[in-house]
Design a protein around this ligand. Structure first.
Ligand code: TGC
Ligand code: FAD
Length: 390
């Protein structure tokens, strides 16, 4: 029989439909052309060149709001969306982040909780990449515990006036529209803010050593006056932003495996050609044990992602199940990258290879969209019935 595919020893490919495989190859092709040749340089300089052009490329392939229906969105399945996230993150977590935040957070919030007017105004432009969105939940003093947010929206006649700060917001500086969550007399509400509105600014955060090929920003709202129609009418309370997080976290369940796959491939390739003690290092038992353990975790992670994708497509995916996937797949992906780095020896610390870039990116992925600890507590509560957050 032919040799097994080293990256698909279990034959998971056989579980994918032809359409799913087509999404995989078209996203891969786009990344090979428009991202892979440049991304190490973007990471090193901390700047993505022609980021608007790149977002439009993603829009033209239908990747923005990919799994949403109507308003110019592609209406693909959740599994196809997951596969796209994996391929994007095989290039760089920052590139996947840009797409996740646009589609799963900013667009999803408007799609799910917006008025017809808000949807028509923003969704077609966001789906094509003409308009860029960001999603502001985290604040300098409230990350894991967003119920404690300080940003306030108060009524002034029929207008709203927003004051506060958001922190660590992906796409903030380049966004045309910000979905911002704020406390009101009525509980937490979402607001759709055109970023050109007076009193709104989004300075970029510098000195990051992770997710450097991604724009991360602070949002400052200083008496930002908005019409009544700027509020998302269909949701009130923390359930609003947390529902959006379910979508983005689901994408990360798949995405993190892309970074893992790229690192595993790089280390397998390297181990086959690097000679030490007169042999390729892949011929040493210790190296093989590392490669096999990495492959096992990658394979298990992929099966879990696919299972959760199938559940999501069947309308049966629970938030706790997304937490299970996010917790496991990001943690294991980071471990795979760290192990891959050791196989590359000193070359493992160089941006000439993708491994250290993926590894440092995954430090952010481990923290954002709910830290490891938060997802552990969510799964712990699902197991025991006890909430251990407070
Ligand atoms: P709790 O009392 O449990 O719940 C409050 C209300 O929310 C509802 N709810 C959910 N609804 C939908 N989906 C979920 N996953 C939900 N979890 C809870 C809940 O039913 C309740 O509704 P209601 O109607 O009864 O009021 O809330 P809590 O204050 O105890 O907090 C729970 C906790 C800690 C799990 C939550 O706050 C949490 O997940 N914290 C982590 C915050 C987080 O993940 N932030 C991410 C910010 S966005 C980001 O990182 C983008 S990076 C993206 C990129 O670049 O790719
Ligand atoms: P904290 O909440 O202060 O947590 C610090 C530590 O304490 C963590 O280890 C945490 O797990 C632990 N901890 C907290 N509470 C408990 C508890 N009850 N039990 C045990 N341990 C606990 N946010 C957005 O809203 N939009 C974005 O687009 C966005 N993009 C991001 C991009 C990047 C690159 C990064 C790094 C972050 C981004 N975030 C974004 C913010 C991210 O979601 C938060 O950083 C994250 O939710 C954690 O919040 P925090 O940093 O305030 O940490």
């Amino acid at each position: 029989p032919p040799r097994l595919q080293p990256m698909d020893l279990a034959g998971i490919d056989d579980l994918l439909t032809e359409d799913e495989k087509a999404v995989r190859s078209s996203v891969r092709q786009l990344c090979v052309e428009h991202v892979d040749p440049y991304v190490a340089d973007w990471f090193e300089r901390g700047q993505v060149d022609d980021i608007r052009g790149l977002i439009k490329q993603f829009g033209s392939l239908g990747l923005l709001g990919m799994h949403l229906e109507g308003y110019g969105c592609a209406g693909m399945s959740a599994t196809e969306y997951g596969i796209a996230c994996l391929e994007l993150e095989a290039s760089d977590s920052g590139i996947r982040s840009m797409v996740s935040v646009q589609g799963s957070l900013a667009m999803f919030a408007i799609w799910k909780f917006g008025s017809e007017e808000q949807k028509n105004e923003w969704l077609p432009a966001m789906a094509s990449g003409e308009a860029i969105g960001c999603f502001g939940l985290t604040e300098p003093d409230a990350g894991s515990d967003p119920a404690n947010m300080r940003t306030r929206a108060r009524r002034d006649g029929s207008d709203w006036v927003l004051d506060g700060r958001k922190m660590w917001i992906t796409n903030g500086t380049i966004a045309d529209v910000a979905v911002v969550w704020a406390q009101t007399e009525d509980g937490i509400r979402g607001f759709v803010i055109p970023t050109a509105t007076s009193g709104f600014s989004a300075p970029e955060i510098h000195h990051k050593q992770s997710l450097r090929a991604s724009v991360t920003s602070e949002l400052v709202m200083d008496s930002v006056r908005l019409p009544d129609s700027a509020m998302l009418p269909e949701v009130r309370g923390l359930r609003g932003p947390l529902s959006c997080l379910n979508e983005a976290r689901y994408g990360i369940v798949w995405g993190a495996l892309g970074a893992a796959r790229s690192s595993l491939e790089a280390s397998l390739d390297y181990a086959g050609t690097r000679i030490a003690f007169d042999k390729p290092i892949s011929a040493f038992q210790l190296t093989q044990a590392k490669l096999v353990d990495m492959n096992l975790e990658y394979t298990k992670g992929l099966l879990l992602a696919l299972h959760l994708g199938r559940r999501k497509d069947a309308g049966a995916l629970r938030p706790e199940q997304v937490s299970l996937g996010k917790l496991n797949n990001v943690r294991e992906a980071l471990d795979i990258c760290r192990t891959a780095r050791t196989i590359l020896g000193a070359n493992g610390i160089s941006l000439e290879y993708p491994v250290i870039r993926h590894m440092s990116n995954l430090e952010s992925v481990l923290t954002y969209e709910g830290t490891v600890e938060m997802h552990t507590l969510i799964v712990g509560q699902a197991m025991t019935g006890h909430s251990a957050f407070r």
